[in-house]
Design a protein around this ligand. Sequence first.
Ligand SMILES: NC(=O)c1ccc[n+]([C@@H]2O[C@H](COP(=O)([O-])OP(=O)(O)OC[C@H]3O[C@@H](n4cnc5c(N)ncnc54)[C@H](OP(=O)(O)O)[C@@H]3O)[C@@H](O)[C@H]2O)c1
Length: 284
Amino acid sequence: MILVSGATGNVGGELVAALAREGRPVRALVRSEPAPGRLPEGAEPVVGDLNDPASLRPALDGVRGAFLLPGYADMPGALAELRAAGVAHVVLLSSISVPDGDLGNAVSRFMIRSEEAVREADLPWTILRPSGFMSNTFQWKGQLAAGDVVEDAFGDVAIASVDPYDIGAVAARVLLDKEHVGQTYALSGPRALLPADRLRLLGEALGRELTFVGLSDAEARRRMDGTMPEEYVEAFFRYYGQGSEHALDDSVVRPGVRQVLGRGPREFAQWARAHAGEFTDPKA
Ligand SMILES: NC(=O)c1ccc[n+]([C@@H]2O[C@H](COP(=O)([O-])OP(=O)(O)OC[C@H]3O[C@@H](n4cnc5c(N)ncnc54)[C@H](OP(=O)(O)O)[C@@H]3O)[C@@H](O)[C@H]2O)c1
């Protein structure tokens, strides 16, 4: 049995689907009983909260491999529960920002601390370090429901974003084949794209002509304030803001998808075609 956290999310959902395609028994950790259709087919839901390690016990019964999201309140405690339950392999979702070691960045910090907890947990592990996700494009859903113009921050920052489909496929492979224990894989998409390139490709998938307008850092910061904790706003400007001393080079194409799957990563255009319906269906 494999336990997948975040199974209602972009990556966990793809992982459940990848395991189900291979006919593997998979359990989805959910915080509350999911609404019908919310979980990918093939997953058995079990309630538990990553912020409350003891709540994971029922979900861990009979689990051999576990997929763990980063950054929860007590990662060492959660990992101790996995170990006590006899889990033989944990795969941690981390980030490409970790090697920079910038503890002054709140997002990097929770990723770094999560990796440390996994390495110190006395459990066989594999770490996945993805670049930004193609699914971050869903942030434009509201603007695209209202019109054909998208205004967003960091218009001059090209990112080799990765398809959660590929992260899920890599995580499934890594959980199923022992040879990946102790490995850390850096994952990205096949090429760096500016936000305007992504919007053009999304427009092609939607059959619409869309226009991207880049915001100045000052305007972007004004709009982001209050939408998330201040330290996360700061983190994004440390990664992508003009003149940042801690800039993240998310434009680099990373080898992990090919190393694990023996094929190149999926293109953004494929992601856009696969998810076009979610931009047009108001219920999606
Ligand atoms: N976006 C990026 O570019 C990027 C890059 C590198 C790493 N990451 C990391 O990747 C993670 C997953 O991304 P995603 O896009 O797949 O996430 P997502 O679609 O936002 O989904 C988040 C998932 O986490 C679950 N969750 C939230 N709090 C939880 C808790 N306390 N206990 C158990 N489950 C909980 C949610 O379940 P519910 O249904 O209960 O809400 C949901 O399934 C992010 O959280 C981030 O740490 C993201």
